[in-house]
Ligand binder design. Structure first.
Ligand code: PEP
Ligand code: MG
Length: 579
């Protein structure tokens, strides 16, 4: 049994057989074979090693010709390893003693060796683990060839372990079979984590070397509440977790009974709870969880899941479907937020040295007008179907906002000429997710009808801490005093300018930050739908006065650690089950 600690990014507990996928999505399940197939599997190992040796020798010859001794040396090491008889006999004994497939025996044996290398203090030896993974990939390629199994066509329940998960890859997982996600890298507000949370799949990231520790077919426990992954648990741990899992499901059912109850504080202050969605299909779940509309529709996922640039009609259909669930309830459609960690399959973006500081989001739209206008046309067309608003992401200055609004007016004029109906009074808002927009919020407020604070990006840009990088995850916090000061300024400016304001970053889904946000004057939260019941429970347990007191105390504190622990204690007193 091995316990790995990471960052909890999506709540829930799952116990399942592990499926390790790498960037090539190889799938190596532990599969048993009958005794009459064992010699065949052993022969497959022999053939695969032979073919891998042949392939490497040819490549080595090539490099000999061009005189690259450094690369030749690496190949020589790999060849020596592949020719090592004791390695092969270790693999074949595994097949014979445990009746498993050739690919499973190769993967499990080589990963075990690599893992023992990584534990050695000598960096020369520990770095050799990468060579072993390289060898593993080479032999597996021989064994699996074109028959590589596809993670998109699963037939049994699994917990996926991956080095890194992309948002698109995560969105493509089949929820029926993928019961949990565990990744070596990533942060709490990385988009893959956000998608996992919206899909309600328990997930833990920042597990460092999990994929080097597990083999496909191992049993793993993914504890998305505590941020723990346990590999091959012993019986006692297994039973303990089976009990936790039942308790968690019971708590969720209990919270679901709040669905029909209002999100009103004990002293009668109503808080509007909206949902964040990525796909139209999530709208139904958001409603079931009791949201009063959509506060953030991340439309770029339409673009990410498709292998072509979505047509105007495809945009329209997606918006119309979402709106159809809500009728007269508000739906805020955020325009495309592509770039940074949200790339298209067609990789139309040129590589940038600093993608999060580069051509992303509204900046990308303003440089790709055909794409931008196509989306605006579709949103406007859908605007007559319900209560629709448009929200521009990542605005950094007033010119950018004016430019975006001018393009919107252009599209309106085109639609007038085309005789297409749309809502002329559609509300236009912006996300406040950069320090520059926070600091100039009052002036921006003169030209928009609402603000929504995107705390995920606001935190990363204020603290210069990448939201997806687990190595600086202790720095990245929305309750750092600097971030809180900016949030407070934006709320005050919105109130002064008399425009509505909400928070739609992940901060609004975190139980321990709810009282603080209410205390700072927020009355609308847009959050990941599975967290709505828990957040509602907190709202119903406090008074607006309690929240103001908490906010006043927090604002006077000077360190993130002090603020975090103060908020955690305050929330724990109100809702102990949340911890
Ligand atoms: C944010 O940055 O807080 C936000 C809600 O947008 P996204 O997470 O999609 O970047
Ligand atoms: Mg953002």
């Amino acid at each position: 049994m091995e316990i790995k600690k990471g960052i909890a990014v999506s709540p829930g507990i799952a116990i399942a057989k592990c499926l390790v996928i790498d960037s090539e999505d190889y799938r190596i399940p532990r599969r048993s074979v009958g005794s009459n197939q064992l010699s065949g599997e052993v022969q497959r190992v022999r053939d695969a090693f032979k073919a891998a040796i042949r392939e490497l020798s040819l490549m080595r010859g090539e490099y000999k010709r061009i005189d690259r001794s450094d690369i030749r040396d690496i190949f020589a090491v790999h060849l020596r390893f592949l020719r090592d008889k004791s390695l092969r006999s270790r693999i074949t004994s595994m097949i014979e003693n445990h009746s498993v497939t050739a690919e499973y025996a190769v993967s499990a044996t080589l990963r075990e060796i690599a893992s023992s290398f990584t534990k050695v203090k000598d960096t020369y030896i520990s770095e050799r683990a990468t060579d072993i993974y390289d060898i593993e990939r080479r032999v597996l390629r021989q064994l699996l060839g074109s028959k590589r199994e596809d993670v998109r066509s699963l037939t049994e329940e699994v917990a996926i372990a991956a080095k890194e998960l992309s948002p698109t890859q995560t969105a493509g997982f089949d929820k029926k079979f993928v019961k949990a996600l565990a990744a070596d890298v990533g942060g709490r507000t990385s988009h893959a984590a956000i998608v996992a949370r919206s899909m309600g799949i328990p997930a833990v990231v920042a597990l460092e070397d999990l994929t080097e520790t597990v083999s496909g077919g191992d049993t793993i426990i993914v504890d998305g509440n505590r941020g723990i992954v346990i590999v091959n648990p012993d019986n006692e741990t297994l039973s303990k977790y089976e009990a936790y899992s039942v308790e968690f499901v019971e708590m969720e059912h209990k919270l679901d009974t709040l669905r029909e109850k209002p999100a009103t504080t004990r002293d009668g202050e109503h808080i509007t709870l909206l949902g964040n969605i990525e796909f139209p299909d999530e709208a139904e779940m958001a409603l079931e969880k009791g949201c009063e509309g959509i506060g953030l529709y991340r439309t770029e996922f339409l673009y990410l899941e498709s292998d072509h640039e979505p047509t105007e009609e495809e945009h329209y259909q997606a918006y119309a479907r979402t709106i159809s669930f809500f009728r007269d309830k508000p739906v805020i459609v955020r325009t495309l937020d592509l770039g940074a960690d949200k790339f298209t399959q067609s990789k139309r973006f040129s590589r940038e040295p600093n993608p999060f500081l580069g051509l992303r989001s509204i900046r990308f739209c303003l440089q790709n007008l055909v794409m931008f206008k196509t989306q605006l046309h579709a949103i406007l067309r859908a605007s007559v179907l319900g209560d629709v608003s448009i929200m521009f992401p990542l605005i950094t200055n007033l010119q950018e906002l004016m430019q975006a609004k001018m393009i919107l007016r252009d599209v309106m004029e085109d639609m007038d000429d085309e005789g297409i109906d749309y809502n002329r009074d559609i509300r236009v808002g912006i996300m406040i997710e950069t320090p520059s927009s926070a600091l100039t919020a009052y002036s921006l407020a003169q030209d928009v009808e609402f603000f929504s604070i995107g705390t995920n990006d606001l935190t990363q840009y204020t603290l210069a801490a990448d939201r997806g990088n687990e190595q600086i995850s202790t720095l990245y916090s929305p309750v750092d005093p600097a971030v809180l000061r900016l949030i407070r300024t934006v709320i005050q400016d919105a109130h002064k300018a008399r425009i509505p304001i909400s928070v739609c970053g992940e901060m609004a889904s975190e139980p321990e930050y709810i009282m603080l946000l209410l205390g700072m004057g927020i009355r609308t939260l847009s959050l990941t739908p599975p967290m709505i019941p828990e957040v509602k429970q907190i709202i119903r347990s406090v008074t607006a006065e309690d929240c103001s007191r908490i906010a006043r105390k927090t604002i006077g504190m000077n360190t993130e650690r002090q603020i975090s622990s103060f908020l955690r204690d305050a929330t724990r007193r109100i809702l102990p089950e949340a911890f």
